[in-house]
Write a protein that binds this ligand. Structure first.
Ligand SMILES: Cc1cc2nc3c(=O)[nH]c(=O)nc-3n(C[C@H](O)[C@H](O)[C@H](O)COP(=O)(O)OP(=O)(O)OC[C@H]3O[C@@H](n4cnc5c(N)ncnc54)[C@H](O)[C@@H]3O)c2cc1C
Length: 312
């Protein structure tokens, strides 16, 4: 074997893993090549005129949208190259390690109404395509089937971000433009995590916000437990947490409400909420989850509310 090819991942744990893998492979004389796949633009491809990373969404999205073209969205071909892959190593000749051997537990995704694989993603996309033009009107109502529910497929790589952006660009009108903007929020938070990696290590984007005195002790524990279990007494918050606890999904508007409520009304450190979402969300993504929590707690870049922050 001469080389290993993989897609890049900017989460701190993944960077550490890849550094170790690179070192071990190098010792065996094998190169590791990583490539951009999970985003349209990498961490250093959309920068300010001064060559610095953006920390405010609106100018970032303006640059992103001005820059993107058909070439960036061209599907990466797989078939022509598949035959060139190295043969499966001897040790795994008959079968690959099972999910259990890799430390995963089996779940019934169909019971959660998640259609798995690329076919499942295409089913969702087809259904969403017919309501994409009304996305901006429907997405504010959690009880309505407005969003795409594609987050879990983006998370597990069963749909391509390039495919989704191209699909949005095929539609005219404010519904598709709003949805495209959401996909750009995802790219924004990916580049924030990559360029300001301290946010992925438990730090506030704005360091002065790490000095907030959050509620501590038994009171904090009781409040956090009530929030996690959906028994705060505030129906919208409790419904949001029930949706999360029973389905592994929470509507975006409910994520905003539940997150703001935990830190701004109950006075609980946003990192505890971030951790609970990470545990429960099937579409959990460090960059977007951290970005959402730091936005809700106002500790992040382009946080709510305040002057200069971007409308969502
Ligand atoms: C506190 C909080 C935590 C969040 N945690 C996550 C998370 O762990 N993983 C995650 O993918 N998203 C997260 N989001 C963003 C957003 O709520 C979800 O992406 C969205 O609800 C997923 O549902 P959907 O696929 O139906 O979205 P749609 O509304 O159909 O949007 C399409 C896609 O755009 C992207 N997107 C939409 N809104 C956002 C946003 N605000 N920020 C970044 N990307 C966005 C997602 O990839 C999403 O799948 C969080 C938001 C908040 C406020």
């Amino acid at each position: 074997m001469q080389a290993v090819f993989a897609n890049a991942d900017d989460e701190p744990a993944a960077l550490e893993r890849d550094a170790q893998v690179r070192q071990r492979l190098a010792a065996a004389g094998i190169a590791l090549h990583t490539f951009k796949d999970s985003t349209v633009f990498a961490r250093d491809e959309v920068l300010t005129q001064a060559g610095k990373p953006y920390s405010v969404f609106t100018p970032y999205s303006r640059s992103w949208l001005a820059r993107v073209d058909e070439e960036d969205l061209r599907p990466h071909e797989v078939e022509p190259w598949a035959a060139r892959l190295a043969a499966r190593p001897e040790a795994f000749a008959s079968e690959l390690p099972s999910l259990e051997a890799l430390g995963f537990e089996r779940t019934n995704l169909r019971a959660l109404q998640i259609a798995p694989g690329t076919a499942g993603a295409m089913e969702l996309l087809q259904s969403f395509d017919s309501r994409m033009d009304r996305y901006d009107a429907l997405r504010d109502f959690p009880a309505v089937k407005g969003p795409s529910y594609l987050g879990v497929h983006l998370r597990f790589g069963t749909v391509s971000i390039r495919h989704l952006v191209a699909q949005a660009r095929r539609h005219a009108g404010s519904g598709a433009a709003t949805w495209l903007k959401e996909l750009v929020w995802r790219e924004f938070y990916f580049q924030v995590l990559a360029n300001f990696p301290q946010v992925g290590r438990g730090k506030s984007f704005r360091p002065e916000y790490d000095r907030i005195a959050w509620v501590q002790g038994d009171v904090a524990e009781e409040r956090l437990a009530a929030w996690c279990e959906g028994r705060t007494g505030y129906p919208l918050v409790d419904a949001a947490m029930a949706q999360l606890n029973t389905t592994g999904y929470m509507h975006n508007r409910l994520r905003m409400v539940a997150a703001s409520f935990l830190c701004k009304d109950l006075g609980i450190d946003w990192r505890l909420g971030e951790r609970y979402f990470a545990l429960k969300l099937n579409d959990y993504e460090l960059a977007s989850n951290n970005g959402g929590w730091q936005w809700a707690s106002s500790s992040g870049c382009d946080a709510q509310p305040g002057s200069g922050s971007s409308i969502r």
